[in-house]
Write a new protein. Sequence first.
Length: 229
Amino acid sequence: MSEQVTSRTGTGAADEPTSAPSSWTGAIRRFLEGRLPLDSLLPERQPYYVGSWVYVFGVVTIAALVWVIASGVVLALFGPQWWHVSGVGHFVNSLHFWAVQVFFVFMVLHLWGQYFAAGWRDGRAPTWMIGVVVFAVSVVAAFTGYLSQQNFDAQWIAVNAKDATNAAGIGAFFNVLNFGQMYGVHVMLFPILVTTLVVLHIVQVRMRGVVRPIQPAAGDAPSAQGGKA
């Protein structure tokens, strides 16, 4: 009798599922917990070399991007007539223009600094490549911004750029003479794309950390005897 009870109990335990099937929300949660730990995303301490000017240039670039987006939202709400006629519109338009200049200057400084520091070392190639893509997309975003000015400069740039776009084979769907199209992609498509890439770049930096300075080779270091001589 005892053997039969034991047999039945063992069979029933084997038939029960060992664990409940995971849902897609649980799978995404476990993926994010494994790839994006809070200790890496929000660290309390940073290495000493994070204080380098190269990384300060990156922070200034992000601050300039915030000003670009904020002033661009105001310009988009009031329209071309406002920024061409109103004094406040002129000021906001100038603020938007110079924020873009600061954004590009410090982004180039940050990009050059990371290039000469070999910022793609130690498995950080994705972080470096995202930064390069941000620069390339920002150039096109700035170009559409010039075309959206609704003045003679914008018309001159568009007329001279149409031959280049047609020669490149993209004039059929990227018409620089179409103000509505250029204004639409400038205020909607490119801001979302640049912001998304910048956020992804920051997450990559937080997860992988900043690259360590290039250490001199052992043979390059001056010897103690040589220093005394």
